[in-house]
Ligand binder design. Structure first.
Ligand SMILES: [Zn+2]
Length: 388
């Protein structure tokens, strides 16, 4: 069916429009979804493309302004002011992450240190040297920095860092509390995706009970991923987003595959009226089916983080043995444990995780720093099952 502008008169008419999926973007990559000429665009970013063709997005100067604006709102909501020294330990490159934070922090007028990717020791030294007060990144990198700080004998609480805004990967309230505690800082959670602009779609306010989504720039629908019918408030659904102000590459009804729920609240305690959604439970693509049970890695992390003996690094490994799925959860202990302590922890974790999974997982308690994390984000799932 050919849709013309006459078909669209109210917001509800959006249901007449087709969805956009990641495959649509890939099939038309790199520039097939542009609605303006390349000449009018001033910047290009792309997703990593680790699982296929990267998604490329082009921005007009106005798109960059909008991106800076939504990022400034997210940063301001997390406490950033022009008095702050803002360190940005995210790789600068075609990824959207570093530039989004950079533009937003500059719009607020903070002093930006574009420290870029990795080199944990250097990052910590810069924090100390320049008196960094605010950091960005992914949550697992903050935990990696705390590990390195411990090795170097740097007391994180003595640094000036008092705020952090983290995103780009699933992290549970349990891990968030741990970061807040070890750094003595407040931690906010940011959500976004390359297809919309990059980071900057939503962030949690000081109430820390949901993320405000900028409805003047993104139209949100919450749908049941199975039948694509709208779900009620407070019910989990897939976030489907439409850009309202983009020029270079506007996108209609993008299926994010991210699962969350909308809170039933008109005005937040913080005074903001923008709609509030829960933290992302997981991408619907991340959902694992193990022995017929649906499971998100976050559910496992929530159990693990309740135990003070458990370190911040963990992963789940799934194998098939005699045609049955076997799940092993590898967990680093925070400190070296005796054999007795290790066995006790193993038993307790097994019992608690079983109550989530319904079947018995295998638990391996490892020495601190046994799991080597490569790349920017933590790899929590290794699925070795053969797909038919
Ligand atoms: Zn609020």
């Amino acid at each position: 069916m050919k849709i013309t502008a006459d078909y669209i008169n109210t917001l509800n008419d959006i249901e007449k429009l087709p969805f956009t999926t990641k495959n649509d973007l890939r099939d038309n990559a790199p520039f097939g979804f542009l609605t303006t000429s390349l000449e009018k665009c001033s910047e290009l970013h792309a997703s990593s493309g680790t699982t296929g063709i990267p998604v490329t997005v082009c921005y007009t100067p106005n798109d960059i302004d909008v991106w800076s604006e939504v990022m400034a709102r997210c940063l301001s909501m997390s406490g950033l002011t022009k008095k702050d020294v803002f360190q940005n330990p995210i790789p600068y490159g075609t990824f959207t992450g570093a530039f989004g934070f950079h533009y937003g922090a500059q719009k607020i007028g903070a002093l930006v240190i574009p420290s870029g990717q990795g080199q944990s020791e250097r990052q910590l030294k810069l924090m100390k040297y320049y008196g960094t007060t605010f950091i960005s990144g992914v949550a697992s990198y903050a935990t990696r920095l705390s590990q390195v700080a411990e090795e170097l004998g740097i007391d994180l609480k003595k640094l000036e860092v008092r705020n952090g805004l983290f995103g780009a990967e699933m992290f549970t309230i349990g891990l968030k509390n741990r970061i807040m505690d070890s750094w003595n800082m407040d931690v906010h959670d940011i959500y976004g995706l390359t297809e919309m602009c990059g980071p900057g779609v939503s962030t949690d306010c000081d109430q820390h009970n949901g993320l405000h989504l900028w409805e003047d720039h993104f139209l949100l629908e919450f749908l049941d991923p199975k039948n694509l019918e709208p779900v009620d408030l407070e019910v989990e659904g897939e976030m489907v987003l439409t850009t309202l102000t983009k020029e270079g590459m506007p996108i209609l009804r993008y299926r994010t595959r991210d699962i969350a729920k909308i809170y039933d609240q008109k005005i937040c305690e913080c005074g903001r009226t923008h709609i509030k959604h829960s933290t992302i439970k997981g991408r619907s693509d991340d959902m694992l089916i193990i022995r017929g049970t649906n499971i998100y890695p976050g559910q496992i992390e929530s159990v693990l983080m309740k135990y003070p003996e458990v370190g911040n690094n963990w992963r789940m490994i799934i194998n098939t043995e005699k045609q049955v799925d076997q799940l092993t959860v590898e967990v680093e202990s925070k400190l070296s444990l005796s054999q007795m302590e290790s066995m006790e922890l193993e038993e307790n974790l097994k019992k608690d995780i079983k109550s989530v999974l319904v079947f018995n997982p295998k638990i391996l308690i490892l020495q601190p720093k046994s799991i080597v994390q490569e790349g920017l984000k933590a790899k929590r799932v290794i699925d070795n099952r053969k797909r038919e």
